[in-house]
Write a protein that binds this ligand. Sequence first.
Ligand code: RB5
Length: 150
Amino acid sequence: MKIAIASDHAGFGLKGEILKFLESRNIRTIDLGTYSEESVDYPDYAEKVADALTDGRADKGILVCGTGIGMSVSANKKKGIVAALIYSDYTAEMAAKHNRANVITLGARTMQKEDAIRYIDIWMNTPFEGGRHEKRVRKVLDIEKEQKEK
Ligand code: RB5
């Protein structure tokens, strides 16, 4: 598995901690920026991770901003992306189990580093349940298809 990760300036510090954690688990990563605390716009970085998934450079994505909200709303504009804002063990588990989220977003200003890392661990290690959830996730993706056809 390869994980693409990016942040804005607010998420830069936490992104570094997440990269250290993933590397300690021998998980391959692509760091798509930002590379300093200089102010940047979160949609630019959400798009970079979404594109890495779309063109096959990565299997999953992690995005970090101040709250995780900006990254979540931005990444979800991209075709094929199901980006879930994570803020607890339970949402981390459900994002994988029920929503098959291929991207998770985290708020560097809303959680402790240790919690963020635990959420990521849970999300990465929880399988999609399938069954009735398969149909629901497909319906989510169908919404974007219908939008494009109009
Ligand atoms: C940046 O100040 C902040 O607005 C951004 O990181 C994010 O929280 C937006 O949703």
